[in-house]
Write a protein that binds this ligand. Structure first.
Ligand SMILES: [Zn+2]
Length: 216
């Protein structure tokens, strides 16, 4: 429980610090996203504002990069890094980056599976039905696999973001390190969430093997 909480705090910390520092070239998040998209030939990808804090994301269905209000209008270094990262996902989508395609393929099963898995696990446990328990674990495993596949997708989007920020002269060389810090902190939340999910799965598998043994 403490790991994701600490990761969340680290993201908020790095983001809070660099969201107060304006980037030297002074582009807004919108301008950063538009500039990188246009330079990558992705003129059809839209950039929109979305309410909330750290609600920034790329929507593959509508091919839209959505930036939170502060990042959309603001000229901060953190906002530029986040905008470039989200555009990184749009570029992955366009270039058919394998891990992203695999993630999209898993999404419906993982989404449906993780909500149903606990029902199977609970009923399996209460009725001592090994088969139902096993189905529950299998469904949960798909959800965990989805989280694991998310990791290379996130790291790759950040690597692309850093390259594009420097190649298209959006940040200066001194700004590379702090931008990286913001993106690394954000990646840490995904790593933490995945570690927790894997630990939970292992715990259930161990419970399952113990469960089977008790029948003998
Ligand atoms: Zn991302």
């Amino acid at each position: 429980m403490a790991i994701p909480l600490l990761a969340q705090m680290k993201v908020k910390g790095a983001y809070a610090k660099y969201s107060k520092i304006e980037s030297q070239y002074g582009y807004t998040g919108y301008e950063v996203a538009r500039k990188i998209l246009d330079n990558s030939g992705l003129y059809q990808v839209k950039v929109e504002e979305t309410p909330g804090s750290l609600s920034d994301h790329y929507d593959p269905r509508t091919r839209t990069v959505r930036l939170s209000t502060n990042n959309y209008y603001g000229k901060s270094l953190a906002g530029a890094a986040v905008a470039a990262h989200e555009v990184g996902h749009a570029v992955q989508h366009d270039r058919k980056y394998a891990f992203l395609s695999f993630r999209h393929l898993l999404f419906p099963v993982a989404n449906f599976g993780s909500s149903l898995s606990w029902i199977f696990i609970m009923i399996g446990l209460f009725t001592q039905a090994t088969g139902l328990f096993a189905i529950g674990i299998a469904l949960l495993a798909v959800g965990v696999l989805f989280q694991i596949v998310t990791l290379p997708v996130e790291f790759n989007a950040s690597t692309r973001a850093m390259a594009m920020l420097t190649n298209y002269n959006i940040i200066t060389t001194e700004e590379v390190k702090p931008s990286k810090k913001v993106l690394q902190a954000a990646a840490l939340t995904y790593v933490a969430a995945t570690l927790v999910a894997v630990a939970e799965l292992v715990r259930l598998v161990l419970m399952f093997t113990g469960f089977g043994n008790s029948d003998d």
